[in-house]
Design a binder for this molecule. Structure first.
Ligand SMILES: [Zn+2]
Ligand SMILES: [Zn+2]
Ligand SMILES: [Zn+2]
Length: 144
């Protein structure tokens, strides 16, 4: 998590080619300052009582489309996202995630890029995901 005073959110949106609106700024701010690791639409509307589901959903989809967010399918049945913190969003390969199958918390291993694998001829890759499943330290204690 970062302190929002140091971040120019309008600049981040403009840089990504996204038109700045009040709602988009609110959602982006919430992502930077209130989300830890991977988050869902539910988490965002939970901290933004003035923003309805469909508005928040559209903002998240747009951010993901413009590569500000990485979409993650962690098997929880909920679409999750995390912040792309690298300078070159467009060429970012993404990073590895670990998800807990008990509490469904997913954390970002931002320092571990998704390994590159040999791709068969003729394929054009749009995105890849690497999710490791297991139990988080808290849940593995409970499971013992
Ligand atoms: Zn990234
Ligand atoms: Zn857990
Ligand atoms: Zn992540």
């Amino acid at each position: 998590m970062q302190h929002q005073e140091n971040i120019d959110f309008e600049h981040i949106l403009e840089d990504a080619g996204i038109r700045v609106t009040a709602v988009r700024l609110l959602v982006l701010k919430a992502i930077y300052t209130q989300m830890n690791g991977a988050f869902s639409l539910h988490d965002i509307v939970g901290v933004l009582p003035t923003v309805d589901n469909s508005t928040a959903f559209r903002a998240l989809s747009l951010f993901a489309e413009k590569s500000l967010l990485h979409p993650i399918d962690d098997g929880s049945g909920m679409q999750k996202y995390c912040l792309c913190r690298c300078a070159d969003h467009e060429h970012c390969r993404g990073h590895v995630h670990i998800t807990c199958t008990m509490c469904h918390q997913t954390i970002c291993m931002t320092d571990v890029p998704i390994p590159s694998v040999p791709i068969p001829d003729g394929y054009e890759i749009h995105e890849s995901e690497y999710v490791i499943k297991g139990l988080c330290p808290k849940c593995s204690k409970k499971a013992r």
